[in-house]
Write a new protein. Structure first.
Length: 305
């Protein structure tokens, strides 16, 4: 078990220096088995929120400056630890080939921007997939010993693993653009060409597929694409104030090629009255109705079970 504790979140420039080093054919680290993930937990025991970064995050995603942490913000902060875990531990997959397919975040109460919390990240749930293998990064945020926020980011590592040949590819649910709910949210808006670069400086995610058409083409994309977690945050911010204790889950569909015009269709948050209710939302191309993400918001008990 590899546990590492940090006094603060690692800086982006040091993180990416390690990533670049991990890609160079220096030495012989040996082959790592793809049958297991590292048993590792990386933590910041006393995390103080950078107010300038939080303000920039609110502005680029559209969240209100209400003194509370946006529900998606800890997913952004955890990425610094995630990237360090992938380069410092015996991680079995190529970082540049990973595809972020699903994201679930849960807040058990609203969290003040001045609170000092602990944040930890661990690997979990490696499983075979028809296109390769999937695994999760699980993030936990605590106030003293109380869990106040949790997040799960699911990634796909594509491969032609022979053991998966017999697996049937489970088709992801077909996302059909719904009728607009007049009590919900319906907005068409522009996603600018530079949103990937601007979000990178806020989030620390400088993946080349998001930064410029030339760098994106090197990885098979005709244009730069928007960050999935930016699109999720943007949708939730436009849907209005979320409940005190709730979960927001999304599946990422087709990439948003920049620039773009997109359409958000969401049911009203006000329909959430019990944990059995669900507020469905989706982001679509405004030109051809193809889906970019599909998600839902649900209520949860304020105290973690």
């Amino acid at each position: 078990m590899s546990d590492k504790h940090f006094d603060a979140l690692p800086k982006a420039h040091t993180t990416y220096a390690n990533i670049i080093k991990s890609l160079l054919p220096i030495g012989n680290s040996g082959k790592v088995s793809k049958d297991q993930l590292p048993q590792a937990t990386y933590s910041v025991d006393n995390l103080h929120i950078d107010q300038n970064n939080l303000d920039d995050y609110r502005k680029i995603c559209g969240f209100m400056d209400d003194g509370k942490i946006p529900i998606t913000y800890f997913s952004v902060l955890s990425q610094a630890l995630q990237m360090n875990m992938m380069v410092k531990e015996p991680f079995p997959f190529a970082m540049l080939g990973l595809v972020h397919v699903d994201n679930l975040v849960t807040q058990y109460r609203k969290i003040g921007e001045r609170e000092t919390v602990s944040l930890s990240v661990t690997f979990d749930n490696l499983r075979d997939h028809a296109q390769g293998q999937q695994f999760d990064f699980v993030t936990t945020v605590k106030s003293q010993e109380d869990v106040i926020w949790e997040g799960t980011s699911t990634y796909l590592a594509r491969s032609d693993k022979k053991d998966n040949a017999g697996l049937k590819s489970k088709p992801r649910p077909v996302t059909v653009k719904p009728m607009v709910d007049e009590k919900g949210v319906h907005k068409i808006f522009e996603v600018p060409e530079d949103i990937g670069r601007r979000y990178a400086f806020v989030s620390g995610d400088f993946n080349l597929i998001h930064l410029h058409p030339l760098s994106a083409r090197a990885f098979g994309f005709p244009k730069a694409i928007a960050h999935g977690m930016w699109s999720k945050a943007k949708c939730l911010a436009m849907m209005g104030e979320l409940p005190e204790a709730c979960s927001a889950q999304v599946s990422f569909k087709l990439p948003i090629f920049l620039p773009a015009e997109v359409e958000l269709i969401a049911e009203p948050i006000a329909k959430l009255e019990s944990t059995d209710d669900s507020c469905v939302f989706g982001l679509y191309s405004a030109k051809n109705d193809k889906p970019h993400l599909a998600g839902h918001v649900t209520l949860v008990d304020e105290k973690k079970a």
